[in-house]
Design a protein around this ligand. Structure first.
Ligand code: TLP
Length: 346
């Protein structure tokens, strides 16, 4: 990449190997089910997750929207975290386009929703109330420093869902980061879920695309919803070719991104101007803040770093989010720490 961009892992460029595979991809009309590269990607993704079928969608947002609309009808309710990406950052799509009512539960610092609050949120059979249909979890949890949520917890939520005849969807935009950090298999980690969305872009470097996996019946329904949303694409094997490399190769190297995040977080923690909770830095995302007396605001520091060819995301006057990814190497981490040190008022 042409700069050190730490704003998100969404900024990643496709690798040279991906560009090559894209140029040579076998393609067909995917709305007819004729694209061999898309079909292979969907099948391999489903197999990797131990689910029956997969569906290629344009983005994580579309994957979650398609999943919610395929699980729920108008007036149904989904229980999800108050800081879930689907609740906060997907433009209210589930309500706008699906008439699905979000019922939020406070997300804990470890990314979980308290089990007793999930139980309390499930509606009784009462004509005054919406009908609870779905529970949605996010793993890793983006707004909670990318913490990975362990299998035991997901299984417990799965049991609650089963007891009440509800479905469980996981927004696994970064589920491979979670599996890497937890040292487990994604199929095992998500076994209790009826559906999972994961992103081929972000840390896996594909230029676009996400996959939704679930049962054959569910994916048949989801395919229709995707068409309604205008997400039926044609010779999209050119993207799926990059997606196959994302799925099969890039998922194996995420520990490097986590190690770089750790190195960066420890460097920041050593600077007295910053506050950072090192225990929260478990994958590739970290949040940290400037102390009140740092003598510089977050936007001012981010602005000064531009001259060093470094892009950081400031949030408000004191806070930052940093995300590491494939294009950030250990030497970049050292460069960033040195530049920050240079620009902080002494
Ligand atoms: N997250 C983006 C922004 O939208 C905030 C980022 O930079 O982190 N689920 C989770 C947990 C996500 O973090 C994101 C993207 C999505 C879904 C949506 O994916 P896309 O951007 O492909 O629609």
């Amino acid at each position: 990449m042409d700069c050190i961009d730490l704003r998100s892992d969404t900024v990643t460029w496709p690798t040279p190997e991906m560009r090559q595979a894209m140029a040579n991809a076998a393609v067909g009309d995917d709305v007819f089910g004729d694209d061999p590269t898309v079909n292979r990607l969907q099948d391999e993704a489903a197999r990797r997750f131990g689910k029956e079928s997969g569906l290629f969608v344009t983005s994580g947002t579309m994957g979650n929207l398609v999943a919610v609309l395929a699980h729920c009808g108008r007036g149904d309710e989904v229980i999800l975290g108050d800081k879930a990406h689907t609740f906060v950052y997907e433009a209210g799509g589930i309500a706008v386009l699906g008439g699905v009512h979000p019922h939020t539960v406070p997300v804990q610092p470890d990314g979980t929703l308290p089990l007793d609050l999930i139980r309390q949120a499930i509606r009784p059979d009462n004509i005054h109330m919406p009908v609870t249909r779905l529970i949605l979890l996010e793993n890793t949890h983006g707004s909670m420093s990318g913490v990975p949520i362990p299998k035991d917890y997901i299984d417990s939520v799965g049991e609650i869902a089963q007891e009440h005849g509800l479905a469980l969807h996981i927004d696994g935009a970064r589920i491979f980061n979670a599996a890497t950090a937890l040292n487990c298999d994604v199929a095992d980690l998500t076994a209790a879920a009826d559906s999972v969305t994961f992103c081929l872009s972000k840390g896996l470097c594909a230029p676009a695309g996400s996959i939704l996996v679930g049962s054959r019946e569910f994916i048949t329904k989801a395919r229709r919803v995707r068409k309604i949303l205008g997400g039926g694409m044609r010779q999209v094997g050119v993207l799926a070719a990059a997606g196959l490399i994302a799925l099969n190769t890039m998922t194996r190297r995420l520990a490097d991104d986590h190690a770089n995040a750790r190195r960066l977080a420890e460097g920041l923690a050593a600077m007295p101007q910053f506050e950072i909770d090192l225990t929260s830095v478990q994958t590739n995302i970290m949040f940290f803040s400037l102390r009140d007396d740092a003598g510089i605001t977050a936007p001012q520091l981010a602005d000064k770093l531009k001259a060093h060819n470094i892009k950081l995301m400031s949030m408000g006057q004191r806070d930052f989010r940093i995300v590491t990814h494939y294009w950030i190497r250990p030497e970049h981490v050292d460069q960033v720490l040195a530049a920050i040190q240079e620009e902080l008022p002494s």
